[in-house]
Design a protein around this ligand. Structure first.
Ligand code: DX5
Ligand code: ZN
Length: 237
């Protein structure tokens, strides 16, 4: 399902049509780090649109993952764009390092700092694209304060910190509520969903209004990664 959006071009009174194509973003957290290159190449061959880097500091979430060096490593094995999901309490200290490493899109958490607007400004000032992430219990209304700077909103459909958790069903209503808020205030902003995304729920998530699908275990724990990515893309569209 490709959503077509008619958006007014600022100050010109003209309308422009955008295609809101669904994009699949495998999260490498679930990949085999002993043979990362093989997993990444298989997902790339299947048609992965982005790769998702889950950055965890052991403070904001009860787990530690990896830093900007993995972004650099990814850039040496794949041309697919990268996003970084920053589950860290001091995002501004690390944002320049992720951008230097080649990350195109950065998602700090709304809950990580009271001055998240400043964090997002740093991302856009350094020339990357910015999104904002909301935990399951954070209201979609909170995005209104940062809408002028962001391209996408990442809705967590599990509590962040670990791969392989079960999708929280109330996320469906958050997607529809957020889509209507965005349609009124900034229709070009995309909705990403992260956590427990599978072949079984991705069709419903798309119908509810999500555009970017982040999937870890459902992609990298599959017996045939390349085929699984193809199956996802077919089901999303
Ligand atoms: C959770 C991460 C997710 C996770 C998704 O903190 O933000 O990106 O890797 O993994 P699955 O798809 O296994 O739920
Ligand atoms: Zn994530």
């Amino acid at each position: 399902m490709v959503r077509v959006l008619r958006e007014k071009i600022k100050n010109k009174g003209l309308y422009q049509e955008h295609e809101m194509k669904p994009l699949l973003t495998p999260s490498i957290l679930a990949a085999n780090f002993a043979n990362l290159e093989a997993d990444i190449k298989a997902a790339e061959k299947g048609g992965a649109d982005y790769f998702h880097l889950d950055i965890m500091d052991g403070h904001f979430v009860p787990n530690i993952s990896f830093g900007p060096w993995v972004a650099k490593l990814m850039k040496s094995i794949s041309g697919v764009p990268l996003d970084a999901h920053l589950m860290i309490t001091k995002p501004r200290e690390y944002i320049p390092k992720f951008i230097d490493a080649g990350v195109e899109l950065i998602y700090p958490h709304m809950e990580a700092s009271f001055d998240v607007y400043r964090t997002i400004q740093l991302i856009t000032d350094l020339g990357a694209r910015a999104g904002i992430t909301l935990n399951p219990a954070t209201s979609v209304k909170t995005v209104e304060g940062v809408l002028d700077l962001i391209d996408s909103v990442l809705l967590m459909s599990v509590c962040p910190g670990f791969g392989g958790q079960k999708f929280i069903p109330t996320t469906m209503k958050k997607i529809t509520d957020l889509r209507s808020l965005l349609d009124e205030q900034k229709p070009s902003v995309r909705i990403a969903v992260d956590g427990g995304v599978t072949l079984d729920n991705v069709g419903d998530l798309r119908k509810a209004g999500a555009d970017f699908f982040i999937a870890g275990s459902a992609v990298f724990k599959a017996p045939d990664i390349e085929q699984r990515v193809r199956d996802f893309k077919k089901t999303m569209e």
